[in-house]
Design a protein around this ligand. Structure first.
Ligand SMILES: CC(C)(COP(=O)(O)OP(=O)(O)OC[C@H]1O[C@@H](n2cnc3c(N)ncnc32)[C@H](O)[C@@H]1OP(=O)(O)O)[C@@H](O)C(=O)NCCC(=O)NCCS
Length: 170
């Protein structure tokens, strides 16, 4: 590295937040983080543990002092392997507003880009303004598009689940 070039290296963790793939041992924390949001669909603890084993490379956790404080769970769509489908994003309440969610999504996209992933999909309920702002900001920061279309209506669910709109980045 040439002298004076250090400052040009992008810093992904200026506040000691580190980003890595989840491990099986993180599964219970991911379940806790999701549970504590009080807004996400909470799946079984087993689902999060299994996700940490089988979809680790398309998911990411943010840690502070080695403790997960946020996560993104995602998978590559079987019929569209250039697309990472983001299933859930959550950050502990006391860690929000530090761009942790945004940085997790950028880090995940950067990690998967060499493997040919150039699109991100996610579904968002119409009233989740935080999530809409998060993904809109990611598209803006990557200088790419974001589109929205209806995907699932309440009739697609057996309970009182809201509609889920499909957002596509890239
Ligand atoms: C949504 C959530 C993950 C955001 O985490 P975060 O780390 O605080 O988000 P960031 O700091 O990275 O913010 C990213 C962008 O979203 C915006 N944003 C974040 N929370 C917001 C809110 N409550 N209302 C409006 N905008 C919000 C930020 O202003 C920022 O926008 P910008 O890029 O234009 O500046 C977090 O609030 C959360 O865990 N919520 C509960 C779970 C949830 O709803 N998950 C999303 C659906 S899967």
């Amino acid at each position: 590295m040439r002298p004076g070039k250090e400052s040009t290296i992008p810093t992904t963790a200026p506040d000691a937040v580190l980003f890595r793939c989840p491990q099986i041992a993180d599964g219970v924390r991911l379940w806790e983080i999701a549970k504590n949001t009080d807004v996400l669909d909470l799946n079984s603890s087993y689902a999060y543990v299994l996700w940490c084993r089988d979809f680790a490379t398309t998911s990411i956790v943010a840690t502070v002092d080695d403790r997960p404080v946020g996560f993104v769970t995602g998978y590559r769509r079987q019929d569209a392997p250039n697309t990472v489908m983001v299933w859930q994003v959550a950050v502990d309440a006391d860690q929000r507003g530090k761009r942790i969610a945004g940085r997790m999504l950028h880090a995940l996209l950067d990690r998967l880009a060499p493997e040919g992933v150039d699109r991100l999909e996610t579904t968002i309920s119409p009233d989740n303004t935080a999530s809409i702002a998060l993904f809109t900001g990611v598209a803006r920061d990557r200088n790419t598009s974001i589109t929205k279309q209806e995907l699932f209506s309440p009739n697609d669910f057996p309970d009182s689940h809201e509609a889920e709109d499909l957002y596509t980045i890239g």
